[in-house]
Ligand binder design. Structure first.
Ligand code: ZN
Length: 169
């Protein structure tokens, strides 16, 4: 006899509505009841400082959670910046301060994300910190739904929505 899960626990798909504000109270991000964030609890799919606080919450429960940088996106690392020549961008590339770039790291072969933090005359300063690094995060969350993750979802490590699933993993 299937038992409906009553509270957030590992291996459950959590549908979470939330509002994220910074220290000044400005809204950084949000998701409503009709378009919640969905993730499998217990796998670090969301920042640890928030995930840890969700355990035991029932459907409909609301909570305010303050997450310090070390439990969020880490402290800001001033060394995680680099200066690149503007020559590396195509002449018609519309480079703007604050934009997110996906860069191909030739050494590791991986794609890394960087923010354009400053554009100078012939060079650009790239910032590899997460944009929320160093920030204390203020969440107001509400558990919209809970259900057990399927074996396939646990195997893939992500939530399968209502839409047809055709990813290769
Ligand atoms: Zn999948």
């Amino acid at each position: 006899m299937a038992q409906h899960p009553m509270a957030v626990d590992d291996d459950l798909v959590v549908s979470l509505a939330y509002t994220l504000r910074d220290d000044e109270g400005a809204v950084i991000d949000s998701a409503g009841d009709n378009d919640p964030l969905e993730f499998i609890q217990g796998y670090g799919h969301i920042i640890s400082g928030l995930e840890d606080e969700l355990y035991g919450m029932e459907v409909g429960a609301e909570k305010s959670v303050v997450v310090a940088p070390e439990d969020g996106y880490g402290p800001y690392d001033p060394a995680a910046t680099d200066v690149a020549s503007l020559d590396m961008f195509p002449p018609d590339f519309d480079l703007e301060e604050g934009m997110l770039l996906e860069l191909h790291d030739e050494e590791s072969g991986e794609v890394v994300e960087a923010y354009v933090s400053e554009i100078r005359e012939d060079e650009v300063v790239l910032d590899f910190n997460h944009p929320l690094a160093g920030q204390t995060l203020h969440f107001d969350v509400k558990v919209v739904n809970l259900r057990p993750a399927t074996d396939e979802e646990l195997d893939h490590g992500h939530v399968h929505g209502a839409h047809a699933h055709d990813d290769a993993d």
